[in-house]
Design a protein around this ligand. Structure first.
Ligand code: GLU
Length: 376
């Protein structure tokens, strides 16, 4: 059963497994945990579990809490070193808080700290997926955050919105619920007269991205509306629904779901697991520019052949993920390369019957096989 409305997120038949993402601005006020609000939210999580739903929490707040304790300015975000130190201090309190409040409902909390690489490397992704699955089976509620203390810029999600979407994918969740400081996605800056809340979005297109207004961020967390749309894009491709609701009210989930106030991004297609993982990957190691004929062939479901490649950018090995750009420079697909960047450079623009001579060994059937290719 697929999800089409907000109310479906509270229905165990439609949504047996739900990821709930809570941002820093909701969890922390004046450097202190907003206990009362959080206690009510935990009550809602307990209610979801009582309805037969499994819940995973993605919680921010470590940097904000730690910064207050250490007396760091700019909420601990003045430098990466500050953020890393703040997170190390704040995460203890954050995990303790979730653990204590969930225990009040007889629920065991489990902490998982992940970096981008844990979910972008296929083997580590499967490992994290197995751990999440096992935890849920035991009845625990995994509370996930980015491992900010060790994640440097290159290996950071940076915002927990996309982390939540990737965690949902790894956990085979049915939906992600992003608690925001706004009711959902508006068709223009919500402060403009006539701005309307979109109840449902089918496909995060460029038009949808153009509606995101990031000036309204709280300044405490790092995810604005754009990162929420990026999360929605990862989710929809994995066949997972994503909803944005306003978390600033007491007991926000019941309020939004019962009152039908929020935006639901419908799941688009259910790619095979490996393809969905690839489609949601954030870091590509290279780019292959292709000509118009090749772009057309890919759109029809073909493999990527060397003859259509016009340029090779980056340094990658066989098996690495690469982006594919059309002649206008638009990202049209992602795939796992059958050849290294050096081999691709040798083969670009050539026909398959020339490859054995160019390489000096038996060539592969394509530069990216269609099974290892995701159209965007
Ligand atoms: N992981 C960060 C924290 O716990 C927050 C990331 C975000 O703002 O989304 O403070």
């Amino acid at each position: 059963m697929s999800i089409a409305h907000l109310a479906d997120l509270a229905d165990a038949a439609h949504c047996p497994r739900l990821v709930i993402k809570v941002g820093s601005a909701l969890l922390v006020g004046n450097g202190q945990p907003r206990r009362e609000w959080l206690a009510q939210l935990v009550g809602e999580i307990a209610a979801a579990r009582a309805r037969g739903q499994q819940v995973i929490v993605v919680s921010s707040g470590a940097i904000a809490l730690g910064a207050a304790k250490l007396g760091l300015d700019k909420g601990g975000r003045a430098s990466l070193a500050d953020a890393q130190a703040a997170a190390a201090v704040g995460q203890i309190g954050l995990a303790g808080l979730w653990s204590e409040l969930l225990a009040g409902h007889g629920i065991t909390a489990a902490q998982l700290l992940l970096t981008l690489d844990d979910l972008e490397d296929r083997r580590r992704y499967l490992n994290a997926a197995a751990t999440l699955g096992r935890l849920l089976k035991t009845g625990a509620v995994p509370v996930v955050n980015e491992n900010d203390s060790v994640a440097t810029e290159e290996i950071r999600f940076g915002d927990n919105d996309r982390l939540a979407a990737r965690v949902a994918q790894a956990a085979h969740a049915s939906a992600v619920l992003l608690l925001s400081d706004i009711d959902g996605l508006y068709d223009r800056n919500p402060k403009e007269p006539g701005a309307e809340l979109l109840p449902q979005v089918r496909g995060v297109t460029e038009e949808i991205y153009a509606m995101a207004d990031d000036r309204s961020g709280s300044g405490m967390g790092s995810g604005g509306m754009t990162s929420k749309l990026q999360a929605a894009e990862i989710a929809e491709r994995a066949g997972i629904a994503l909803a944005i609701i306003n978390g600033t009210h007491p007991a926000p989930i019941a309020r939004a779901l019962d009152g039908d106030v929020g935006t639901v991004f419908l799941p688009l297609r259910k790619d095979a697991a490996r393809k969905a993982w690839l489609g949601g990957r954030m870091r590509m190691l290279g780019v292959l520019d292709v000509d118009a004929g090749c772009a057309k062939a890919l759109a029809k479901g073909g493999s990527l052949l060397a003859t259509g490649i016009t340029k090779v950018v980056g340094s990658f090995e066989r098996g690495d993920p690469v982006a594919i750009h059309d002649p206008a420079g638009k990202l049209i697909a992602r795939g796992l390369a059958e050849y290294s960047s050096a081999e691709c450079a040798k083969l670009k623009g050539t026909r398959s019957d020339e490859h054995a001579a160019l390489l000096g060994y038996a060539p592969r059937s394509a530069v990216i096989h269609r099974d290892q290719l995701v159209l965007l």
